[in-house]
Design a binder for this molecule. Structure first.
Ligand code: ADP
Ligand code: MG
Length: 238
């Protein structure tokens, strides 16, 4: 499960409205990419969905239930940030176990989930290492592992690869896409990188100044951009 619906969701900071009321439905299992230039409201939109920001107006539903007033921990969503935010003094295993330990989860269940996440992320051989002994890509995978073990209804990624070098970024893109296939879970992925959007998305949401310019598959946007902004941003010849 992981269907997310935004109904007339609006966000203002003081007098400044950064997201005018917008409607958006993200289907269960879909890999949706929010793309647009810096400052267009991608992170704000993701943070509204995660519950890290309060909506100024409108309703957010997760799997048909009103989640607008729920705190982040009750939304069954996992946010993966660009900074790894791993605990340097803890092993990979302990880093991944941390959220489950905090939740007081049964030890055997913790072990089961760690093994399953490590397998999905090819981290099985690295569980006893510390973050300092890992590559950037491996550290990013541990951060994702920590999200996976919560078995969320959806994963929210905010430019998770922007700290990585170009070669590693290509590899991680493929890994995240592969993970999406393995887990078959809703993923929302924020990026300002058109190539990332075009190669990873089932559905792209193009944003400009808090407004959705177009929603569609990469092919739809490429073939039939609704306006010059979308065409220019997606790199369509039109
Ligand atoms: P993006 O992630 O697309 O780069 P953001 O969602 O971070 O864009 O920002 C969208 C707009 O909202 C920007 O103009 C930004 O300055 C503004 N903004 C974001 N967070 C805050 C905040 N906490 N207070 C005031 N303005 C904010
Ligand atoms: Mg951002």
């Amino acid at each position: 499960m992981g269907r997310i619906q935004l109904k007339q969701v609006k966000k203002s900071f003081g007098d400044v409205t950064v997201i005018p009321p917008l409607d958006l439905t993200i289907e269960d299992g879909e890999f949706t990419v929010f793309v647009g230039p810096s400052g267009c409201g991608k992170s704000t939109l993701l943070r509204l969905i995660a519950g890290l920001e309060d909506t100024t107006d409108g309703v957010i539903e997760i799997d048909g239930k009103d989640a607008t007033a729920l705190p982040p921990a009750k939304r069954s969503l996992a946010m993966v940030f660009q900074s790894y935010a791993l605990y340097p003094h803890m092993s990979v295993r302990k880093n991944i176990a941390f959220p489950m330990k905090m939740a007081g989860m049964d030890k055997a269940e913790q072990e089961r989930r760690i093994a399953s996440a490590a397998k999905a992320l090819n981290l099985t051989d690295y569980l006893d290492r510390r973050p300092g002994q890992l590559s950037g890509g491996q550290r990013q995978r541990v951060a994702i592992g920590r999200a996976i073990v919560r078995e969320p209804a959806a994963f929210l990624f905010d430019e998770p690869l922007s700290n990585l070098d170009a070669a590693l970024r290509v590899g991680m893109r493929m890994e995240i896409s592969e993970l999406h296939k393995k887990l078959d879970t809703t993923m929302i992925y924020v990026t300002h990188d058109q190539v990332e959007a075009m190669t990873m998305a089932d559905k792209i949401v193009v944003l400009q100044a808090g407004v959705i310019e177009q929603v569609g598959s990469p092919l739809e946007l490429y073939r039939s951009p609704r306006n010059k902004f979308v065409a220019g941003f997606i790199g369509s010849p039109k």
